[in-house]
Design a protein around this ligand. Sequence first.
Ligand code: UDP
Ligand code: MG
Length: 317
Amino acid sequence: MDISVVVPLFNEAESLPELTDWIRRVMKAHQFTYEIILVDDGSNDNSWEVIEGLYEQNPFIRGIKFRRNYGKSAALNVGFEATRGNVVITMDADLQDSPEEIPELYRKITQEKFDLVSGWKAKRYDPLSKTIPTKLFNSATRSMSGIHNLHDFNCGLKAYRKEVVKNIEVYGEMHRYIPVLAKWAGFTRITEQVVEHSARKYGITKYGGFNRFINGFLDLLSIFFVGKFSKRPMHFFGTLGTLCFLTGLGIILWLISSKLYDIANHVRYRNITDNTLFYIALVAVILGSQLFLTGFVAEMISRNSPERNNYQIDKTI
Ligand code: UDP
Ligand code: MG
């Protein structure tokens, strides 16, 4: 099979017939063998009934239904496991991405031998409240990940070589950073393709609001630390810990010796504990390193927990 199209969706019933029909037309025109894997991420509209109806008409459609909403990353992860095609395309269900891009994406993977091709919505039809934070994210992600040739990490439209999706694990909200995950997994031939973008035709966005900003930033930090230091945490924590310890020790030694000096010279001296700065420094150092360590330990635990990819799958067709 040439292509598996994976579509994560949450309450997108109105878009699905149009989307699948459009994909079918493109596939037919280029004579690709394909499947469309629709992952219903616990929709509470009638998306699943629509998928069942579409499956009756088009045998290339497959469906996976979560019992509840887990988020786009979970939907992608489960969709990736189910793929059988040599090239895997992901796209959003909301008709903002155009299936017409698929042949060119396919060509880049199969002929130019790229591992991952990420769409770049050079002209984007979303409100400013989305596009400005996205710009910040993309530049932070570029510099932290060392992938300098991508403008747009979080585009829903992407193409992968089969091996990539079978070897990365998209969990939490990590769908924003799939190129980074791919790079850490050793798939370094990454490029981008300018893609058409349209305004949302039906339904509403599932990713608005301020939370997106904070969570996205924290995810970026954790992906960076996990990628860089999870195999050698001592290099990071050891350095940081030693520096903290030596600084603290230095300050204390200095305070003690200056007090001893004052005593020896019969000068009026001050208690070490009278110095406000001493407490502030102490608390900040301890709190900072503790918080960081806790975050890291939690991240490691969550990655190793056997339950992390147990999603409740209700039905499959
Ligand atoms: N989506 C999902 N689970 C969720 C939220 C969103 O599967 O919990 C899907 C959604 O149906 C769409 C895609 O992820 O197909 C992108 O979502 P959306 O279009 O709302 O995001 P935006 O384009 O506004 O960033
Ligand atoms: Mg969208």
